[in-house]
Design a protein around this ligand. Structure first.
Ligand SMILES: C[S@@+](CC[C@H](N)C(=O)[O-])C[C@H]1O[C@@H](n2cnc3c(N)ncnc32)[C@H](O)[C@@H]1O
Length: 284
């Protein structure tokens, strides 16, 4: 890349490089990474495109493009991801929040009673719990994760979003007792078998933590352990909502029915894939 041109020329060259490396949406990624390198918002890039290139900006941008060329996702390079309209910091210790998980948040909010208590089982970055609490100022809740590093990330996000007073985030298993009664439980648990992980795209396989992706050889193991303990912490009449992998909705619906839940409903994501399953504990 050379200094005697505008950012628009540099962006064109970088897009060709990323496209040649097999990266879809190369032009969009280039815009986001250049904005990151220059410390401006992506929308501001329109004004900056015809500026002359400066050496420091170019060096910073080149370093980011090299990382993207090698397959690192933009969110990992920037260190944050927008989810449900909020910015979540991410580190290598947490799953990069996926847009389809917003469905769980939206359906969960509809089922949370006024002043209700929510638990997020396998909180990761905290994106599910914190998005619900950001929208529902009357509610409070708990996020649990077995990874102490993930809990640190979720706490930092809670702090950055001003939710510390209503969000408790703790290192604890999602199987077993949770110490109190909740009105709503949401969980995007690990649901990919160990062998399937090997077949995932490199940007997932090489960058999301193994513990966030896979529960081992049984893809449904996490759903089973969560549902086994559920009667000890979900209020009668309370709701539980799970994210599921493609093709798992039927099995998870069956497990929920066997666990005594009723009102079970499956929701499709924007790609038309059954992605979230909700059920209600009987009683009032
Ligand atoms: C698929 S990630 C979901 C993270 C976040 N909720 C999201 O949707 O982006 C699953 C999370 O469950 C956590 N986890 C895995 N096994 C667990 C267990 N037995 N108890 C608690 N958390 C667990 C992982 O550390 C990971 O953060």
């Amino acid at each position: 890349m050379n200094l005697h041109c505008t950012w628009r020329d540099i962006m064109r060259e970088a897009s060709l490089r990323l496209a040649a490396a097999g990266i879809e949406g190369a032009a969009r990624d280039v815009r986001l990474l250049l904005a990151h390198a220059l410390g401006v918002e992506p929308v501001e890039m329109i004004m900056r495109e015809t500026d002359a290139v400066d050496a420091a900006g170019l060096a910073a941008f080149e370093a980011l493009i090299k990382r993207r060329e090698s397959g690192e996702p933009v969110s990992r390079i920037r260190g944050w991801r927008e989810f449900h309209g909020l910015r979540f910091a991410i580190t290598p210790d947490v799953l990069d929040p996926r847009p389809e998980t917003e469905l769980l948040v939206d359906e969960g909010i509809k089922r949370l009673p006024e002043g209700g208590r929510i638990i997020d089982l396998g909180a990761g970055s905290g994106c599910i719990l914190l998005s619900v609490l950001a929208e529902r100022g009357d509610a409070s809740g708990v996020g649990v994760d077995l990874s102490p590093q993930a809990v640190e990330v979720a706490r930092a996000n809670s702090d950055a979003l001003g939710l510390v007073a209503r969000a408790q985030i703790i290192v604890r298993s999602f199987g077993g007792e949770q110490g109190e009664w909740f009105d709503l439980a949401l969980s995007n648990p690990p649901y990919i078998t160990r062998t399937e992980v090997e077949t995932l795209a490199p940007d997932v396989r090489n960058h999301d933590p193994a513990m966030a992706l896979s529960p081992g050889d049984d893809a449904l193991a996490a759903y089973r352990v969560i549902l086994a303990a559920m009667p000890t912490w979900l209020k009668p009449g309370g709701w539980i909502g799970f994210e599921v992998g493609a093709g798992q909705a039927g099995d998870v619906r069956r497990l929920m029915s066997e666990a005594g839940l009723d009102g079970i409903e499956v929701f499709d994501d924007l790609a038309g894939i059954p992605r979230a399953v909700f059920g209600r504990r009987r009683g009032n």
